[in-house]
Design a protein around this ligand. Structure first.
Ligand SMILES: [Zn+2]
Length: 337
């Protein structure tokens, strides 16, 4: 009898584990949809939730320290994508250290965990945060945990435990070559709980070849249950370009009820007492005496510990440095006159 009871108990435990990991614990429609999340996950009704609409009239400009992106140019040794029934999640393994991000609005160093996506039925909707109520067709979330904590779950339960780098997409004429293998692999994970492996896993920079010196930042939450708060959001202003065909591949994934995953963004949440900040670029301001003065000096040429080829990024870095030097020179000349 005893082994039977043990076996039964084990089955129950495993089933419960299976349920927590794989069964539909939330959805974007119906009885498990966003308006019901807080019935099972109390934090989803918190006062500092994401996503939000970023109303540019109310955004406050702020100078931040340079952001540091370590190992964003490092090639992973392997990479795997999973259809988890809600989105496609990508995990990478690195030869040594994982990518980290620090500086800017961040308090501490944050270690890369995973990246995933949100998208909509068509190209006019899909992003979670919106700018002046305008949506982008999709949004990439790179999720990082504070290196003070050893697991994502531990970090999510703590204040200042998580940061998300958010990148919007826009549709362009041509395929984004860095997404070729990625979008092909999407065809292999149409069914929930299926995985596919990258032959040539991309670096984080290859997935996001944009200027990363300009961003909005605010304090919000995870946009899926358990909706943990005190997450630092960094939304880059420049969207990544992919083609309409590449975008459309996302919409062919299936959810647990075997319907296409056409819509996986959470509705907007109230801003309440929060402020959204904008990183300051070099700007000129009239001082009333015909002299221009530099208002912000934080063009923030970002610093990467370069491993591997982040060529595009180096160029951005260099051009920012040149602009800064020229502007400084000009400011010095003006003040000498
Ligand atoms: Zn997300």
């Amino acid at each position: 009898m005893r082994p039977l009871i043990v076996a039964l108990l084990l089955t129950l435990i495993c089933f419960d584990d299976f349920k927590t990991t794989f069964a539909e614990d939330f959805a974007y429609n119906g009885e498990m949809g966003p308006e019901h999340w807080s019935e099972h996950f109390s934090m989803c009704s918190g006062k500092h939730q994401s996503p939000i609409n970023i109303d540019l009239v109310n955004v406050i400009s702020r100078t931040y320290q340079i952001m540091t992106f370590n190992n964003f140019g490092t090639k992973p040794v392997s990479g795997e994508m999973l259809n988890n029934g809600h989105t496609v999640v990508v995990h990478f393994e690195y030869p040594e250290n994982r990518p980290t991000v620090s500086g800017g609005p961040l308090d501490g160093k944050f270690v890369f965990e995973q990246l995933h996506f949100h998208w909509g039925d068509n190209d006019t909707i899909g992003s979670e945060d919106r700018i002046n109520n305008v949506s982008f067709p999709a949004e990439l979330h790179m999720v990082f945990r504070n290196d003070k904590y050893s697991t994502f779950a531990e970090a999510a339960a703590e204040s200042n435990g998580i940061t998300v780098l958010a990148y919007f997409y826009k549709i362009g004429e041509n395929d984004n070559e860095s997404y070729n293998e990625f979008t092909e692999l999407l065809e292999e994970i149409v069914t929930p709980d299926t995985k596919a492996k990258f032959q040539e896993p991309p670096t984080l920079f290859q997935l996001t070849e944009i200027s990363i010196t300009q961003y909005y930042t605010y304090t919000g939450s995870l946009t899926t249950p358990p909706c943990s708060e005190d997450v630092t959001w960094i939304d880059f202003k420049t969207p990544i370009t992919i083609s309409a065909k590449q975008m459309d591949r996302f919409r062919h994934l299936n959810t647990y009820d075997n319907t296409p995953m056409t819509h996986n963004f959470r509705p907007l949440q109230p801003l309440n007492d929060r402020t959204v900040f904008s990183s300051i670029e070099l700007t000129w301001e009239e001082d009333g005496n015909d002299n221009d003065i530099i208002k912000g000096r934080s063009a923030k040429p970002f610093v990467d510990i370069l491993y591997g080829g982040a060529v595009v990024t180096k160029t951005i870095d260099l051009s920012n440095m040149i602009v800064m030097l020229l502007l400084n020179l000009l400011a010095t000349t003006i003040s000498l006159n």
